[in-house]
Design a protein. Structure first.
Length: 429
């Protein structure tokens, strides 16, 4: 009997692995709910605030509810239209998810990404009764967005009874969705439903939401996206018009303390123990800058924005955007306006979206008028109008904050921080 059970187990595992495309891992083994827990529509912030004992008690109740409403049938996950959502035991950051689903008339469902609602799935027929809230536009949109695109680009649903194919790719908050091979969400920012003042969490579980009717899921596979691939995806989006301002070989096109910087492995690096603001020969008004940043442990540097060419860009330039390993022990007592991505001394950035030191980060900076926006690894961590900062939290004056033109550069502070793939798109003609 044990031999037969072992063979059945291996056969089921092989079946699940065969369904996974190259590089993907199955999230569902085709046999049971191993690797999945129950969780309803519940704020991750409220969950984190519970004690360990309270979380364990809640989870036990949710798992009991899961078992009452979820089952495995013919190699598919089946929900009866009620109960908690099936939730991965693991959290994920950047990933590509593929799955198939089949639903019925009247059903309303979705996929929570990083524990956040949601990629919408629903009855898109007029008889479903939800055309007044967008069901006529189709499934596959980010329905809970308020500021960024929420409705799908096309109606791509198949008729009831057919299996729909979903592909979801998320890098930072940047989300793309393909339904039955058609692009329904194109690199849109997914908003944080739980707290719209904050970006989407950097990590979280995947949840299969369902209510109002039976839904079946199969072929659930996931591939985690590494830093190099993520940077490439982020680099390729956003249109043309970018000018390469660093050739990867020498400091041609740069001025200032050039002897305090060097080119190492195709990257500009501030020499250890040196500093000063290395900056472009060209001046810029409105612009978008893109680059990759490599921080050593404890590394400290900054981006000079509309730098006048001399003095401290944090005060005389529009701002210095902090470049810092703000998780290092030596920076345990930082002020919020000193975190990575902050307009130093003026506006704090959101924390927790850096990659580990020694890993390249992708950063985009958009400067339009008095507004500066920083997107780190696909997540907006700063979006501020410096004209509104009449009383800087640093307690110091920042007389350059209203500058309309200046140089772009790197404000070195004695640490070997590196920059590569530095490109700028002028936005003011």
């Amino acid at each position: 009997m044990r031999t037969v059970l072992a063979l059945l187990f291996l056969a089921g595992t092989a079946f699940a692995q065969e369904r996974a495309p190259a590089g993907f891992q199955p999230l569902f083994n085709g046999r049971d709910l191993d690797g999945w827990r129950g969780q309803p529509h519940f704020s991750p912030y409220d969950l984190a605030a519970l004690s360990a004992a309270e979380r364990a008690e809640r989870q036990a109740a949710w798992n009991a509810d899961r078992d009452a409403h979820w089952r495995v049938e013919d190699g598919a996950l089946v929900n009866d239209g009620a109960g908690v959502y099936l939730t991965t035991a693991r959290d994920y950051g950047d990933f590509e998810l593929q799955l198939e689903y089949r639903t019925v008339a009247g059903a309303d469902s979705g996929i929570y990404l990083r524990g956040t609602p949601q990629v919408q799935i629903w009855d898109t027929t007029e008889a479903g009764g939800k055309w007044n809230i967008g069901a006529d536009k189709g499934s596959g949109g980010l329905w809970n967005n308020q500021t960024h695109p929420r409705m799908p680009l096309v109606h791509a649903d198949l008729p009831f009874g057919a299996w729909n194919q979903l592909r979801i790719r998320q890098v930072g908050a940047r989300t793309s969705v393909w339904l039955n091979g058609q692009l329904t969400v194109d690199f849109a920012v997914m908003e944080n439903y739980w707290n719209r003042e904050l970006p989407l969490p950097a990590r979280g579980p995947i949840q299969l939401q369902t209510h109002g009717g039976e839904i079946r899921w199969r072929g659930l596979t996931l591939r985690e996206i590494g830093a190099e691939e993520a940077n490439g995806i982020l680099q390729e989006h956003g249109g043309g018009g970018f000018e390469t301002v660093f050739n990867g070989r020498d400091l041609d096109g740069w001025q200032g303390p050039v002897d305090d910087y060097e080119v190492v492995d195709g990257a500009i690096q501030c020499k250890q123990g040196h500093g000063g603001t290395l900056h472009t020969v060209a001046e810029y008004g409105d612009f978008v800058a893109r680059m990759e940043i490599l921080l050593p442990p404890g590394g400290n540097n900054g981006l000079a924005i509309r730098y006048p060419g001399s003095g401290d860009t944090a005060y005389l330039g529009m701002c210095e955007l902090q470049v810092l390993d703000d998780g290092a022990a030596q920076y345990a007592n930082l002020k919020p306006w000193q975190y990575h991505g902050s307009a130093y001394g003026q506006v704090p950035a959101q924390r927790g979206y850096q990659r580990p030191t020694g890993t390249w980060n992708f950063q985009e900076v958009t400067v339009l008028g008095s507004r500066v926006r920083v997107e780190l690894n696909g997540t907006v961590i700063l979006d501020a109008d410096l004209a509104a900062v009449e009383t800087p939290p640093s307690g110091h004056e920042h007389p350059g904050r209203l500058r309309t033109r200046g140089y772009f550069g790197f404000a070195g502070h004695n640490d070997p921080v590196r920059y590569r793939n530095v490109r700028i798109r002028p936005m003011d003609g």
